[in-house]
Design a protein around this ligand. Structure first.
Ligand code: B12
Length: 212
């Protein structure tokens, strides 16, 4: 089958079409992980790029994200315990005051599709909730997302709370979101900043010493 059609369905925000094509891809023997990383995420990258060029708009992004979620709901249960290997546990959320979750969910999906266990705390997450989730799940990585210049500063509060809880040495902290950069990440004491979801996974594996 031509999986380019699946990428196209994500770009078009066609949830029913994308889910049907994902089912067909699984039936034809393609690994769910490959479907996610090679076709679904590619679709989100295309719509994200079009958005950046002013050729797509917020409703397009939301429809594509919904189509992606529909496919992930189908594929994720098939991946559980797939190989019995987990690269590590990732707690992820969008920080307090911030409701943007499209990029954060892409990062979460990419982690899941690449073999990490993900605890996704959603949006508007306060420092205590992040700290509790890291402790309760014995997480390896804490990932913080912010899309607003008014909320990115809260990441520092989260890192401070992690330090105060005495667990800073147990967890690597990754930050991301459009208004951030490397210098900001360093300034607030995060371990790493990456600009996109693909790089996040590559760097996470390196951070945990799980890749060459
Ligand atoms: C969609 C959108 C919304 C949607 C959000 C829907 C949703 N479910 O997320 C809605 C309409 C709700 C919204 C609301 C608002 N928004 Co808005 N929104 C956007 C918009 C258009 C796109 C964001 C997006 O989804 N991008 C696509 C994704 C794929 O990209 P991304 O999020 O950057 O994620 C990638 C990377 O950053 C990275 N990444 C992201 N998180 C993480 C985390 C980690 C750990 C890592 C490693 C990487 C990483 O990986 C992702 C994938 O590669 C941006 C404009 C823009 N150019 O960004 C404005 C924007 C972010 N919004 C803005 C504003 C002002 C608002 C509002 C305040 C508007 C208002 N007056 O009500 C509210 C705030 C609500 C709130 N409290 O959060 C401003 C922010 C300005 C600023 N300087 O802070 C922007 C920049 C628009 C603008 N040009 O003015 N918004």
């Amino acid at each position: 089958m031509d999986l380019q059609e699946l990428t196209d369905a994500i770009v078009a925000g066609n949830m029913n079409g994308a889910v049907t094509l994902s089912k067909q891809a699984v039936e034809s023997g393609i690994e769910p992980k490959t479907i996610i990383s090679d076709y679904l995420i590619k679709g989100m990258e295309i719509i994200g790029a079009r958005f950046g060029e002013g050729k797509a708009f917020v409703p397009n992004l939301l429809m594509s994200a919904r189509a992606m979620k529909g496919c992930l709901d189908l594929l994720k249960p098939m991946m559980q315990g797939e190989s019995g290997i987990s690269y590590g546990k990732v707690v992820i959320g969008t920080v307090k005051g911030d409701l943007h979750d499209i990029g954060k969910n892409l990062v979460a999906s990419m982690f899941e599709g690449s073999g990490f266990e993900v605890i996704n705390l959603g949006i508007n997450v306060d420092a205590d909730k992040f700290v509790k989730a890291v402790i309760d799940n014995d997480a390896d990585i804490l990932s913080l997302s912010a899309l607003l210049t008014t909320t990115m500063g809260y990441m520092k509060d989260v890192i401070k709370a992690v330090e105060e809880a005495g667990i800073r040495n147990n967890v690597k902290i990754m930050v991301g979101g459009a208004p951030l950069n490397e210098a900001f990440a360093r300034e607030i004491g995060a371990d790493v900043y990456t600009a996109d979801a693909n790089e996040a996974v590559i760097v996470a594996k390196k951070l945990l010493g799980k890749s060459s």
